[in-house]
Design a protein around this ligand. Structure first.
Ligand code: GRF
Length: 194
């Protein structure tokens, strides 16, 4: 069967609001692509139920402690390989990928990070920006290379930090930016406008 649209595997660990925004953009036509599968290392991720409600195929590949990261990635790689996927979209996927994983899909793994990289890499970027007393932070979308929160930047958008902001209020404005920027940037990337 001839395939019509680029196929995405979306990797999540939690809420899945970015996955949902991407799925909605695929449905509305803003993003000319389809989600082939949503994969989570966390079988209880809320994002898995959100995806199922949208009738998107989901797979849980529960992360096992005590075995190397690379071994944990094998089932994920198999799930992706079995689905003729073009792009791997990290959307709140909280495990650090091995170099082997990145080399398996060179230049094809995209990540979104809630800061203006290289500022505030790591798992607590929003809190770190507040703790540092920064006036602004933002959102970065980048191609994943073998370092953490690193690789060619394809889009960034600033978010001002307001007096009295808490982690919650700032996160909610950052998410609002992410939900627009990620689908739009994927559309440009996938259709080679970047
Ligand atoms: C987002 O803020 C994203 O930048 C970061 O993890 C968060 C995921 O949120 N990598 P959600 O699961 O998409 O709601």
């Amino acid at each position: 069967m001839k395939r019509t649209k680029p196929r995405l595997a979306v990797l999540i660990s939690g809420t899945g609001s970015n996955m949902e925004a991407i799925a909605a953009a695929c449905r509305s036509g803003l993003l000319d692509a389809e989600i082939a599968v949503v994969i989570s290392d966390n079988p209880n991720a809320a994002g898995l139920s959100r995806a199922r409600k949208m009738r998107i195929e989901t797979v849980a590949c529960p992360y096992k402690r005590g075995i190397p990261r690379g071994e944990n990635e094998i089932p994920i790689i198999e799930e992706i390989r079995g689905r003729d996927v073009d792009w791997i979209v990290l959307a709140g996927y909280m495990k650090i990928l091995t170099s082997d994983f990145v080399r398996t899909f060179p230049g094809r793994v995209v990540n979104i990070h809630p800061s203006l990289l290289p500022a505030f890499p790591g798992a607590h970027a929003i809190r770190d920006a507040l703790d540092a007393g920064a006036d602004f932070t933002g959102v970065t979308i980048h191609i994943v290379d073998e370092l953490v929160d690193h690789g060619p930047i394809i889009a960034q958008e600033e978010v001002v930090i307001l007096p009295g902001d808490t982690e919650e209020t700032l996160a909610s404005r950052i998410h609002a930016v992410e939900h627009k920027l990620y689908p739009r940037t994927l559309q440009e990337l996938i259709h080679e406008d970047i």
